[in-house]
Structures are given as C-alpha cells and as structure tokens.
Design a protein around this ligand. Structure first.
Ligand SMILES: Nc1ncnc2c1ncn2[C@@H]1O[C@H](COP(=O)(O)OS(=O)(=O)O)[C@@H](OP(=O)(O)O)[C@H]1O
Length: 204
C-alpha cells in the first residue's frame, strides 16, 4: 500500500478480499484502524451476475441451473460451487469480526447504489469522515444504460457511465431454481441482518 500523507486517504479495492479467509488477519496486521467497505447485493442476483460474467468469457460453460443444483430431483444446492459460497455473507462477515469491530465496517447496499447512488455515497463519505462532496447533483439516470451515471467524469465535462461489463442483461433462469436459491440463502441472510443490524430487504 502506498504511504498516506496527512489529509490523504489510501483506498484499495479487491472484490475477493471479503471472501478470502486469510484477508482479515493480514489486513489487521498491516493496519488495525483500516476502515472496511463492503458492497453487498441480494445473493441470488449476485450469483446470477457472477455466472453472467463467466458466461461472457466462456460461452461453453454448463447452464446456471445445472451448476446450481447438485440434484435436480431433490433441489439440493451445490455448495461446492464457489459462486454460491460467496453469497453466504454472514459466514464471511464472521471471519472479519474476529479481527475488526463492526464500527470499522460499512455495508453498502448494492440495490441502493443503483436506486439512490448519492444517498449511499453519502453514507460512505460520512463513514470515511469526509465532507459530503458527492451529492444528487452529480448523477443522472441514463435510460439507455438503465443505470445512474455521472453527469461529468473526473477531469472532463462529459457524462460518464460505467462500462459494458457493469449492468449486463442476465439470462433467464428457471424460476424453480431461483426459488430454491431464495430458500437456501434465507437463513444466512437473516443472520446477516441480525449481525449488521440492517435488513437489506432481500427476503421480503
Ligand atoms: N451505476 C451503475 N452502472 C452499472 N452497474 C452498476 C451501477 N451501480 C451498480 N451497478 C452494478 O454493479 C454490478 C457490477 O459490479 P461488480 O461488483 O460485479 O464488479 S466487479 O467486476 O466485481 O468489480 C452490476 O452487476 P450486473 O447488473 O450483474 O452486471 C450492476 O448491477
């Protein structure tokens, strides 16, 4: 990590940190005061999004349904598939809580990041002890993209949306498989809501 001067914040982003067993101990050894930000979304949508990303790189992979179910008759979920395990947020958070107190962890709602980006980024700025510089006036809803975009990119006067790999159309998934996934994640989501003191609304 680069050195941070007074008045600066060093940030580093890697999605896999949250689910990597060794990450909390290593980060705590580097800085016990680090502030941690995790973006979480409905684990069912998350695993479909994950699959969509892999499919875009390797179109020959098996169907989502066959990867998800170990047994299509019993509806048993294949928990050996890493994409399924990532959505068990309570388990990952438990690992982080061995090294960091909850007050150093901010959970950002992936859903609210889309419906109210300025509101969610307001929480991020408060958490980091920054002035609320990014507000509603920085965003507009781009109907073609179907997502919020920046009115002006940094150092430019032009609007900026995230790239093609963000906000892809997901394939249609067998509703029964989606339902099984909902049932599978429900108890873990409940535990996660309890641990964080926040109902993310994925089960209502
Ligand atoms: N403003 C805006 N524009 C486009 N996309 C947005 C935006 N805000 C949130 N999202 C959601 O971000 C999802 C992709 O982020 P990831 O976390 O999967 O990216 S990463 O590759 O792991 O870094 C991506 O998931 P998919 O919809 O599955 O592609 C989006 O739903």
């Amino acid at each position: 990590m680069p050195r941070t001067l007074d008045g600066q914040i060093t940030m580093e982003k890697t999605p896999s940190y949250f689910v990597t067993k060794e990450a909390p101990a290593r980060i705590a050894a580097m800085s016990k005061d680090a502030k941690l930000i995790v973006v979480v979304r409905d684990p069912v949508t998350r695993v479909i999004s994950d699959y969509t990303q892999t499919l875009s790189k390797r179109p020959d992979i098996p169907t989502f349904e066959s990867l998800t179910l170990k047994n299509s008759t019993t509806g048993l979920i294949d928990i050996s598939w890493s994409a399924i395990q990532i959505g068990v947020y309570a388990k990952h958070l438990e690992n982080w809580l061995q090294y960091f107190p909850m007050k150093q962890i901010l959970l950002v709602s992936g859903e609210r990041l889309i419906t109210d980006p300025a509101g969610e980024l307001g929480r991020v700025q408060d958490f980091l002890g920054l002035k609320r510089i990014i507000t509603d006036k920085h965003f507009y809803f781009n109907r073609t993209k179907g997502f919020p975009c920046l009115k002006k990119a940094e150092g430019s006067s032009k609007p900026h949306c995230l790239g093609k790999t963000k906000g892809r159309t997901h394939p249609n998934i067998d509703p029964q498989v989606v339902q099984r996934l909902r049932e599978f994640y429900r108890p873990f989501n409940m535990k996660f809501y309890q641990m964080t003191g926040h109902d993310f609304g994925w089960d209502s």
